[in-house]
Design a protein around this ligand. Structure first.
Ligand code: NDP
Length: 503
């Protein structure tokens, strides 16, 4: 974070108490927002607590109606949103539309399914306690803090915000310092359709503001960002035992089996690896290809990736690296791969032309190289020859991350997908799970824990409330000092009757 008025394109600054964002390619100023201090965050959370009571009292039907209005407001101004995403984050308008479309679909799904997933239901009672009726419902936490990244500044925060709101919580949202205007735009559209109470608010600033949100007394904190920051967030939240949802980094792999549709695999590897200039948490960074099809796959992959266009102008396939500091990481990974005996089948060190990085495909890179082990977050792929898909799975799983991944196979797609140690896997496609509202999204290992999206995503933002209600006199009063020795003997007999048989 720089504190000066003269700064590199895309590097956010704080000027006169305002956070200022700019276009990563042109430096054009995009947004200017009052930077929050710790007391501003506390005030926002205090206001949110009152709003949360109002929002919860609306019930599922009232929230559904308002959330569907919000999703309509976003859908009807989709192009305006996409243009802002293009200007502030640098991604092409087409990619911005695809991202925002997914987010809108998620809001609709969460709004429409909240009651069936979280609403009150009866639960069968145990025969041992048949005199009690059982009920379960999922209640909102109250105020949820959401900290978002810049790379998918709409889809990613809405994956938490939409589901948290549908579950009945108020939300205080801290967008990334790189994309505050997009965060503000989303909140403004919500305020237009829900003007009564500050159910969704944004606070602006650098990582310090995120840290203040962790300590502000929110009832849950949903974090999306790097693994390193995720650990800091968890440590801060531990002080107040605030529960955390951690959606962190990844190093996703694609497995190409010997019987794969190679054209499909090439198209998915190029898009999955290079969409948004590779700045995708579930982007493909490693490809493991069965020996039998390796040469054919690599030839077609290089040919296709070489045709990608890079730039800020309309129609480019991908744009600049949004966070200038990331360019050093990408450069280091390429140099390390080549020093360790790897070869650039496309691109290489010369592909790094700030603020752009052109498509780079690295082969023969050892498995302990940074380009295979660490998150690169650039338009680079390592392509590795393996004996068969099973060896590919073994190498793919030797990562501390476990977010998404992909498998191309005609005969064993789902079986191989199951074996990948990750939260999501796409078969014969890439990243297709992210826009599927009914499916949970989240990782294992260093990719974090907890889930957004789907029924699990709704439950993530609600606490189960269990209720038992006596409905008749107890024949065997186990839960009372009034039980007699004879009744205790009857309880023991009942246990043997119910559970004494091995099957
Ligand atoms: P960062 O971890 O740098 O930042 C994430 C958010 O945390 C930002 O809003 C940041 O604010 C804030 N923050 C920074 N320091 C702190 C702190 N000490 N306490 C609380 N909040 C803090 O990640 P990036 O924004 O660079 O995003 C890229 C990363 O996000 C990649 O690793 C990517 O894989 C991951 N990601 C994961 C996804 C998933 O669903 N699993 C989806 C998308 C991205 P500020 O920007 O102002 O510094």
């Amino acid at each position: 974070m720089r504190m000066t008025a003269t700064h590199a394109p895309g590097v956010p600054v704080v000027e006169d108490g305002h956070l200022v964002s700019s276009n990563p390619a042109t430096g054009e100023q995009i947004g200017r927002f009052p930077a929050s201090g710790e007391s501003d965050v506390a005030d926002a959370v205090r206001r949110a607590r009152q709003a949360a009571a109002w929002w919860a009292a609306l019930g599922f039907a009232g929230r559904r109606e308002r959330l569907l209005r919000w999703r309509a407001a976003l859908a009807n101004r989709l192009e305006e949103l996409a243009e802002l995403m293009h200007r502030e984050g640098g991604k092409p308008v087409a990619e911005a539309i695809v991202e925002a479309a997914g987010a809108i679909d998620h809001i609709a799904w969460a709004a429409k399914h909240a009651r069936s997933v979280l609403g009150p239901r009866r639960v069968r009672s145990s025969l041992m306690q048949i005199e009690y009726a059982s009920r379960l419902e999922y209640l909102p936490y109250g105020v949820v803090g959401v900290i978002g990244p810049w790379n998918y500044p709409v889809l990613t925060p809405i994956g938490s915000i939409g589901y948290a709101l549908a579950a009945g919580n108020a939300v205080v949202f801290k967008p990334s310092e790189y994309t505050p205007a997009i965060g503000a735009w989303l909140v403004d559209r919500f305020v237009e359709v829900v003007p009564e109470q500050p159910v969704l608010q944004a606070v602006f600033g650098t990582g310090d503001v995120g840290a203040a949100l962790c300590r502000s007394g929110v009832n849950k904190l949903a974090f999306t960002g790097s693994t390193a920051t995720g650990k800091k967030v968890m440590a801060a939240c531990a002080e107040t035992l605030t529960p955390v949802l951690a959606e962190c980094g990844g190093k996703d792999a694609m497995i190409v089996d010997a019987d794969a549709d190679l054209d499909g695999a090439v198209a998915a590897a190029v898009w999955g690896g290079m969409t948004n200039a590779g700045q995708t948490c579930v982007g493909i960074e490693r490809v493991y290809v069965a020996d039998a099809v390796y040469d054919a796959f690599l030839g077609r992959l290089v040919e296709r990736a070489a045709r990608l266009t890079v730039g800020i102008e309309d129609g480019a396939d991908f744009g600049p690296i949004t966070m200038p500091g990331q360019i050093d990481t990408i450069r280091r990974h390429i140099a390390d791969a080549l020093e360790r005996g790897g070869r650039a089948a496309l691109g290489g060190p010369d592909a790094v032309q700030p603020p752009y990085v052109r498509p780079t495909i690295l082969v023969d890179v050892p498995e302990d190289a940074a380009a295979v082990r660490e998150e690169t977050f650039g338009p680079t792929l390592t392509v590795t020859r393996v004996a068969d898909a099973d060896e590919g799975v073994r190498l793919a799983n030797a990562s501390r991350y476990g977010l998404g991944g992909a498998v191309f196979s005609r005969s064993r797609g789902v079986a191989l997908a199951r074996q990948l140690r990750s939260g999501m896997t796409a078969v014969n496609s890439a990243i297709s799970f992210a826009g599927m509202p009914g499916l949970p999204f989240g990782g294992v290992g260093d990719s974090g824990f907890g889930r957004i999206h789907g029924a699990d995503g709704l439950r993530e933002f609600a606490r189960p409330k269990a209720i038992t209600k006596r409905r008749m006199r107890s024949l065997l009063p186990a839960l009372s000092f009034d039980r007699t020795p004879k009744q205790v003997a009857q309880i023991a007999r009942a246990v043997r009757l119910l559970h004494g048989r091995p099957r």
